[in-house]
Design a protein around this ligand. Structure first.
Ligand code: SF4
Length: 343
C-alpha cells in the first residue's frame, strides 16, 4: 500500500516547480519535512509575491491561506489541506461586528484606525484596508501600532487583547490611554467619556492556547530548573510576558534559542511542535530546550500527512481558496501597507 509520504513525493515529482508547499512553524515535523518554505505569518506572506508556482499549498490555518490568496498573482491557486483548520481567535472578530463597532466609535467624532493582527479573516483585513488601517504580525506589532497611532485619534486593535496590551507596554502607553471594548449585544461598546481619552481600544479576544500559560507555570519552571531562561510568545498575557526573560514572535523565539550559549537551559512558552523542533535542533550544541507547558493547537494539528496527500492527489480538480473581488482588493491594501511599512 502506498504511504502518504510516497503519495506526497509522487505529487512533487509530477508538479515540479508548478507546486510550492508552505508551512507554519506550528506544524508537526511530519508536515515540515515536506515544505519548501517554513516561516511565521509575516515571513510566509512576504514570499507569496515571489513564488512562480501555479499551486501554492498552505499548511497552517485558514486565515493564513486567505492572506496568501489576497496576495497571490492572477492565475495562482492557493490551497489548504483541511479548510476546517480555523483559528478560534480569528473567529472572535466577525467582520460585520468590527464594522458596526468602528462606525459607533467614529460617530463620536474621533478618527479611529483599525489595526488587525494577521490572525483575522480576509473580511476583517478588508475593513482595515477600507478604513485607513492595516494589519500586523507578532513580529512587527510595535512598528505597526506606532504607525497606526500616528494616523488618527485612536487605534482599535483586534482581535488579540494580549498582543495589543503587550505591544502597548513596549510603547509605554499608560493605563488611562487604553480601554477594552465590550461586545455585549445590548450594552454600549465603550463608555464614551473614557473612550474620549483612549488612544488604544482593545478587542476582547485572545488565543486560548497561549492564554493557558500562567505566571505560576513560569515560577514553577524557574524553581525546577535554576538558571533557566524563559522566552514566551506575546499572545501570552501581559503578566506572563512580564514574568519571562524575553517575549516575541516565533522568529524571535527561534533566534533566541539559536543565539543562546552552549549549556544554556531555555523554557519556551508557545506551541509544542515548535518547541520540540528547537529542542532537537540545538541538542547537539548542549542546549536544553523545554516547553514551559505543553501547548497544542488542535487546529494546526488538523493538517496531517494523509490530508496533505489527499489534496495533492486531486490538486488539479481541487477548489482553491477564493475571495470576493472587493474583499481581496481591500485586504490586499491592508496587507500591502504592512509589507511596505515594514520593508
Ligand atoms: S495557536 Fe492560537 S492563535 Fe495560533 S492558530 Fe492556534 S488558536 Fe489561533
Amino acid at each position: 500500500m502506498t504511504t502518504a509520504n510516497e503519495r506526497i513525493e509522487a505529487a512533487r515529482a509530477k508538479f515540479g516547480r508548478r507546486l510550492a508547499i508552505l508551512g507554519h512553524h506550528y506544524q508537526s515535523d511530519a508536515i515540515i519535512r515536506h515544505v519548501d518554505i517554513q516561516g511565521d505569518s509575516l515571513e510566509l506572506a512576504r514570499k507569496i509575491d515571489a513564488l512562480d508556482a501555479e499551486h501554492v499549498v498552505f499548511c497552517g490555518v485558514y486565515f493564513m491561506a486567505e492572506s496568501a490568496a489576497a496576495l497571490a498573482r492572477a492565475g495562482q491557486k492557493i490551497h489548504i489541506p483541511d479548510p476546517s483548520a480555523t483559528c478560534p481567535m480569528a473567529d472572535m472578530a466577525p467582520a460585520q461586528r468590527l464594522e458596526d463597532v468602528l462606525i459607533e466609535l467614529r460617530s463620536q467624532g474621533r478618527l479611529v484606525i483599525p489595526l488587525a493582527y494577521v490572525n483575522s479573516s480576509a473580511e476583517v483585513k478588508a475593513i482595515c484596508g477600507l478604513y485607513g488601517g492595516s494589519v500586523c504580525t507578532s513580529a512587527n506589532a510595535k512598528v505597526m501600532l506606532e504607525w497606526a497611532l500616528g494616523q488618527g485619534d485612536a487605534v482599535l486593535f483586534l482581535p488579540d487583547k494580549h498582543l495589543g496590551g503587550n505591544t502597548a507596554n513596549q510603547l509605554n502607553l499608560q493605563a488611562g490611554e487604553r480601554l477594552q471594548i465590550s461586545l455585549r449585544k445590548n450594552g454600549p461598546v465603550v463608555d464614551h467619556k473614557k473612550a474620549a481619552h483612549a488612544r488604544l481600544l482593545l478587542w476582547p479576544g485572545s488565543c486560548a492556547i497561549h492564554h493557558m500559560l500562567k505566571k505560576q507555570d513560569i515560577e514553577a519552571v524557574r524553581k525546577a530548573m535554576p538558571g533557566v531562561r524563559v522566552v514566551v510568545h506575546p499572545e501570552c498575557s501581559p503578566a506572563v510576558v512580564r514574568a519571562a526573560d524575553s517575549a516575541g514572535s516565533t522568529s524571535h523565539i527561534i533566534r533566541y534559542c539559536a543565539e543562546a550559549k552552549p549549556g544554556q537551559v531555555i523554557a519556551v512558552g508557545t506551541e509544542a511542535n515548535l518547541v520540540l523542533r528547537l529542542a532537537a535542533r540545538h541538542k547537539a550544541e548542549g542546549k536544553t530546550i523545554v516547553p514551559v507547558k505543553a501547548l497544542r493547537c488542535s487546529n494546526m494539528a488538523k493538517t496531517t500527512e494523509e490530508r496533505l496527500a489527499d489534496l495533492l492527489d486531486n490538486l488539479e480538480s481541487a477548489t482553491p481558496i477564493t475571495l470576493a473581488d472587493d474583499v481581496a482588493e481591500h485586504a490586499r491594501v491592508a496587507l500591502t501597507r504592512m509589507l511596505q511599512i515594514c520593508s
